[in-house]
Write a protein that binds this ligand. Structure first.
Ligand code: DQA
Length: 156
């Protein structure tokens, strides 16, 4: 019998994403962060992964979590939110994840390149394994599928 434990994946979210549901629902949808967490847990389980979904408004906390991913050898799904566009500290932390050979998929609910000019640039993409944007919660599902495929845990 295969008693293998599912691989943990850190699903990390940056500022204002805790306000999903009430924040600009025309752009981000009407489901709240608790729904996103359940969505990621369910998708991950179907893929032979275990999602640990966190959110913070604090750059230092996000950086610490990326360090935790490196030390624990955990793949990462990262929605850096507004940090995407200007945080070299988050970029440097993300670079350590991919530098350690771990997949890190940058995700966005919306498609930032179809929005205001300041959202067109991601300082994270250059160090990410790949980027998925514009599919709402499904951006996270697609990112988890890409990680499962990379790790060869793919159940689907
Ligand atoms: C976002 C896009 C960013 O431009 C924005 O600052 C966010 C959310 C997204 O998921 O679409 O907070 O990362």
């Amino acid at each position: 019998m295969n008693e293998q434990q599912p691989t943990p994946v850190l699903v990390l979210n940056g500022p204002n994403l805790a306000r999903l549901g009430s924040r600009e629902p025309d752009k981000y949808g009407s489901l709240d962060f608790a729904h996103l967490r359940v969505f990621c847990t369910d998708r991950a389980r179907a893929l032979g992964l275990r999602a640990e979904t966190r959110v913070t408004d604090d750059e230092a906390e996000l950086i610490a979590w990326l360090g935790e991913a490196v030390d624990g050898h955990h793949p990462v799904v990262l929605n850096p939110a507004a940090f995407t566009h200007y945080s070299y500290s988050v970029r440097d932390a993300a670079a350590q994840v991919t530098g350690a050979g771990l997949p890190l998929v940058e995700v966005h609910l919306t498609n930032p390149t179809s929005r205001e000019e300041f959202r067109h640039r991601s300082v994270i993409s250059g160090v990410a394994t790949g980027t998925i944007a514009g599919f709402g919660f499904h951006s996270y599902g697609l990112a988890l599928a890409a990680i499962a495929e990379r790790l060869g845990t793919g159940v689907e």
